[in-house]
Design a protein around this ligand. Sequence first.
Ligand code: GLU
Length: 468
Amino acid sequence: MTVRTRFAPSPTGYLHIGGARTALFSWLHARKHGGVFVLRIEDTDLERSTPESVNAILEGMAWLGLEYDEGPFYQTHRFDRYKEVVRQLLDAGHAYHCYCSREELDEMREAQRARGEKPRYDGRCRNRAAPREGVDPVVRFRNPTEGKVVVDDLIHGPIVFDNAELDDLIIARSDGTPTYNLTVVVDDMDMAITHVVRGDDHINNTPRQINILRALGAETPHYAHVAMILGEDGKKLSKRTGAASVMEYRDMGLLPEAVLNYLVRLGWSHGDQEVFSLDEMIELFDLNAVNKAASALNHQKLLWLNQHYFKTSPLEHVARHLSWHLGQRGVDPSTGPALESVVEALRERCKTLVEMADGSVIFYRDFEAYDAKAAAKHLTSAAEPALTALRARLTVLAEWTAAAIHDAVEQVAAHLEVGMGKVAQPLRVACTGAGVSPPIDQTLMLLGRERSLGGIDRALAHIAENRA
Ligand code: GLU
């Protein structure tokens, strides 16, 4: 049988890190087994679901590269189908109308509590012969009263529930709209889902869902309930401790493959291996090996992975992602040196694409002002001879290469009988505005001759002005 998995988010916010990991596990399982990955949008909560949130989920998945094979299917487009199944369950006697009012239910629960019992629906409408006039009933599922349901969870192992513990769940409200457990069951059945991967907050829904599936004569999928992700402090994730949206990870300057690698290791391991290419993840990932316990975020590890991918990915790949960050700064990367060469110069020095973009802007746009300290120290009358000599030599350099620039700087230093630093530092501040940059020869090479000479002229004018 073809493996079919699904990701079924409720569009009530962005795609957060926990949702992304559930999607990844589900996607990996499908990819590993030649299966199909379905995207289903569970938007039946009309008050909380928004189109913006659907877009945010799609955007997050696209950025991570978690492509789906079928969908997105929207539950709001399937109300007729849900009604049909509720009808089917009613007709077969697996469901019944319940006319109990809120007051009646409250009273019932109160009495149960008073007797020291767990509050639950007692099934009083199960065998009601006639409708109650003027009341729109809800529909309840007639849960079996005896026996056990075993959820053979791929992560947790078998979890046993007594049917006697499960009361008759509402599957359609009095206005006819279906409830969550019904829609999930109908969709998992119609979409022929073989493996349900989802958060372990759904464990308690699972025996109910299995009972409804059985009543419908449908196959029961395998279930894999994934533990939650904790903040760095080991506490439940909150906005403050990093319940970040996936797109925030992009904005922080991380590569999607670093985030995927990070996510896959939150709750899953393969020996002590930390770095997994996408192909390795697909090959090695195994739902059975996912950890039952919650796992905590670790920002340092994410940065470490990001740097690893900076160093090992093809330059053009990193360049493509850097390009977006430059665009965010209003810089058009087609107006300067090839981004690949910029990545090559900067990738060892940067942990994120944000740092890399900050360091690259000067190659595309003249800097606005000197770093005051660097200028005060290095752009003084003492630097004038070096800058003047550099200008002359760089103007006539036959080839604008890092090696040729390096030689020119060395020759000027030798000619003036000063250390390299006395030449290179003024040159650096002149051309970049700051006292730190990648090696000066690489920096000038990337800046290009015109911008470099322009920088020297600007610095000479600055020195003259300060003297006047
Ligand atoms: N829509 C549910 C949620 O976002 C998931 C339901 C499921 O995966 O079965 O929590």
